[in-house]
Design a binder for this molecule. Sequence first.
Ligand SMILES: *Cc1c(COP(=O)(O)O)cnc(C)c1O
Length: 424
Amino acid sequence: MSDFRMETKCVQSGYEPGNGEARVLPIYQSTTFRYTSSEQMGRLFDLEEAGYFYTRLQNPTNDAVAAKICDLEGGAAAMLTSSGQAANFYAIMNIVEAGDHIVCASAIYGGTYNLYAHTIRKMGVEATFVDPDCTPEELEAAFQENTKAVFGETIANPALVVLDLEKFAAAAHAHGVPLIVDNTFATPINCRPIEWGADIVTHSTTKYMDGHATCVGGAIVDSGNFDWEAHGEKFPGLTTPDETYHGIVYTQKFGKGAYITKATAQLMRDLGSIQSPQNAFLLNLGLETLHLRMPRHCENAWKVASYLKGHEKVAWVSFPSLEGDPYYALAQKYMPGGSCGVLTFGLKGGRDAAVAMMDKLKLVAIVTHVADARSCVLHPASHTHRQMNDKELLEAGVQPDLIRFSVGIENVEDIIADVEQALL
Ligand SMILES: *Cc1c(COP(=O)(O)O)cnc(C)c1O
């Protein structure tokens, strides 16, 4: 489907039925697959032959949806995971070992911050967090001998910092390591990080891709562009024999598919964070309208942001596509067609006024979610980021009075009217 435009890919990529087959992607609700030859099954286990044998490793429904996301991002190979957390965990663990180090933008999703600052640390992997707005020299200073990857979010949740993708890609590549970008908020409709130098793209498909708040899920897309063999000493897991598969070398056997094959064959085999085929089916329905929903999310959010900016009780508004925003220039560069449907703001009355205003909303709900069809709000300091102290909050770009507003695709006049009555 690679020659088609984004709208066509959203609807049709990943699944091409043969003559007389189901027009709609079938749900392969089966843990296992039948073979008539024991020898062939053995070849599958040795990765000598491609094929399905157990859904923890691969499933045709999941593979079709992963192929669609791969095509949307312009990648070479992709896989689904059970959640965005699993995607960001696997994306790193696939190329690091105890004793290794990663460089990470400090403005990222709270769950990912915990994962990289605390959980992988217990496994012996250290992260250095850098201000995404740092100078190239400051970024340079974060690297160590044992650095294996650089990570950031295209648009940080909830700080709404737009990552300077070219700056981060240049630093990563100068050190012979890949740039991994979580593209959850922008989606490939608004930004395709691979075109700006990212090597691996991750997603919490739970957000806009599903779009209807029905399924937790994740995805990893590999561009196929990073030359693992050129930096083989850093990535022995990809470039030296895997004894658990009779000594195959992933880069030699799978080329541009090496990274995803290893993540499937080792991490999914051993850790098992698969997406259910049922959820993958629902995710696919969401993807079919992603190109229609994203522009509406962006337009509604822009109107709500403009309204809030003019309101006397509002202290500040952050929305990268709004002129005057500190990230306006980066947003115009990397996502000129729109950023996302999420904005943040604070009230002059501070933290208490924020909580009081949220309680008065009727159409807009308080939920721990973001980026779905229904408008919702959240107060990160009391909810998603409550495990962080004030210093960590500020480093993650989260002010204590910050309200995260995920603008849905309802009629924007109704959304604004609800905000207006809550601000009275
Ligand atoms: C929600 C989110 C995640 C975590 O994804 P889950 O699907 O909830 O596990 C990771 N990154 C970003 C940017 C997110 O918004």
